[in-house]
Design a protein around this ligand. Structure first.
Ligand code: PHE
Length: 453
């Protein structure tokens, strides 16, 4: 264990963790949740959740990973050997593996949309054609599978290259590219005629919209978006160096993740308002509404419409692939460390397994649509089970573990790098882990299961 690989630089560690956090959750889920929950007020509550509640759990996951120097699947076993806590680690691995399967399907759609944008597939269409186009594609038995395979293979080869040469290097290239695209697109969208209404929607909170549902919805979003609750970040933290400042890294990841989410809103809402489209279109917002928006907004300049569409879907693809890498790494590292498989053998098993889950998830939207569990098709059932049950559970266990179980000297030592750093936030951090986070998560949980009505 002592010769464990680590990220080459602190910047590399931050970018890799931010790469995991920034994904479809920011560019796809955040805008439609904001749209459905009334805009600025939701964003304020979301920010509160990220900083009060998300960051302490992130530091807790970092603590578990760096202290154990083991992947999530082995971290609890290493820290408290022979106890049932190891099941929390296994739960994380299973959650990540399942998410990887269906998340890669959506990630594959972004590649199809890059292709469509490049080959002029969006031009000359009526609004209703975008609906048919999306449905025909996503329900097709084979076409989405090709893109699914492409995503998994790209992810596979990056993970096999290893922590430094694969994960860290790719994040260092993909993340800056992503920032450039997102800033340019946001500027472009905000200068469209009529964009002010979109900005207003994002910037002026209407507090009458803050219901308990908004509050709990925002906490759930914070979880998914920050990659919390399944040990993704704890696996990455097991590759952090001794000098990495856990609090500062969590802060950077939180800021980058929030920045990308808000900028995605700045791309989508001004553009949507500019062409008179309502912001509450839901999950189809970016695959049905947006191609239409770009087409209409730049109807006089087809070249610009094409460039913007390509750039937007490249952005989505980059964001989602840095997340699939982190999901893949959790299972690969587990098989590698627990069963002594070589990294590439472990990765082959993970890629093949997620391909099977991906195929099932994709068919669940098309040829197997009529097969449902509790009224949900298999794709939605997987999403529900992982994002709404397994992630909150995993996060709660991580908070309880660090707050109540782990030795205080270890918890404080990891946060201060064993006396090298000041940590004036420590008492607050412990209070949140012990009380605020577990209670908050139980509330999300109860809400998501519909028990609060
Ligand atoms: N945070 C990622 C996103 O926003 C999704 C994710 C969840 C990745 C959990 C890893 C673990 O898209």
């Amino acid at each position: 264990m002592s010769e464990r690989v680590s990220f080459g630089s602190r910047m590399g560690a931050v970018l890799a963790a931010a790469g995991s956090a920034v994904g479809l959750g920011n560019v796809w889920r955040f805008p439609y949740e904001t749209g459905n929950h009334g805009g600025a007020a939701f964003i304020l509550v979301y920010l509160g959740c990220v900083f009060v509640f998300g960051l302490p759990i992130m530091i807790a996951e970092f603590t578990i990973g760096r202290r154990s120097k083991a992947c999530t699947g082995g971290a609890y076993e290493t820290l408290v050997p022979g106890t049932h806590w190891r099941w929390v680690g296994y739960l994380g691995v299973l959650t990540g593996f399942l998410i990887l399967g269906y998340y890669s399907v959506v990630s594959g759609w972004t590649l199809e949309y890059i292709w469509q944008a490049l080959s002029g597939g969006f031009s000359g269409k009526a609004p209703v054609d975008y609906v048919t186009m999306f449905q025909d594609f996503s329900q097709h038995p084979f076409r989405p599978l090709l893109w699914l395979l492409a995503v998994l293979l790209i992810t596979h080869f990056i993970v096999v290259k290893g922590v430094k040469d694969g994960i860290e290097k790719s994040s260092k290239v993909m993340m800056p590219l992503l920032f450039i695209i997102i800033v340019l697109l946001a500027i472009c969208s905000m200068t469209l005629p009529g964009a002010e209404k979109g900005l207003e929607f994002l910037l002026y909170p209407d507090f009458s919209k803050v219901t308990p549902d908004v509050f709990l919805g925002a906490m759930g979003q914070a979880f998914f978006s920050l990659s919390l609750g399944m040990g993704c970040l704890s696996t990455y933290a097991s590759y952090f160096g001794k000098k990495t400042n856990l609090g500062q890294t969590a802060m950077s990841v939180g800021i980058i993740d929030t920045f990308v989410a808000v900028l995605s809103g700045l791309i989508i809402f001004p553009a949507a308002f500019s062409v008179g489209i309502q912001p509450d279109a839901g999950p189809s917002l970016i695959f049905i509404t947006l191609p239409n928006v770009f087409q209409e907004a730049f109807s006089g300049v087809p070249f610009l419409a094409c460039v913007c569409s390509v750039a937007f879907y490249v952005l989505l693809a980059l964001a989602s692939i840095t997340s699939t890498i982190s999901l893949h790494e959790v299972s690969t590292a587990f098989l590698h460390e627990k069963f002594n498989f070589t990294r590439s053998r472990a990765a082959v098993l993970v890629t093949s397994g997620s391909l099977v889950i991906g195929v099932v998830s994709s068919w669940a939207l098309g040829i197997w649509k009529s097969f449902t569990i509790c009224g949900l098709n298999l794709f939605d059932a997987l999403d529900f089970l992982t994002a709404k049950i397994m992630l909150p559970l995993g996060g709660m266990f991580a908070a309880v573990f660090v707050g109540w179980m782990l030795d205080r000297s270890i918890v404080k030592g990891e946060v201060t790098n064993y006396g090298m750093l000041k940590s004036s936030y420590y008492p607050l951090y412990i209070f949140i882990l012990r009380f605020v986070a577990p209670i908050g998560i139980v509330l999300i949980f109860v809400n998501e299961l519909g028990l609060l009505g």
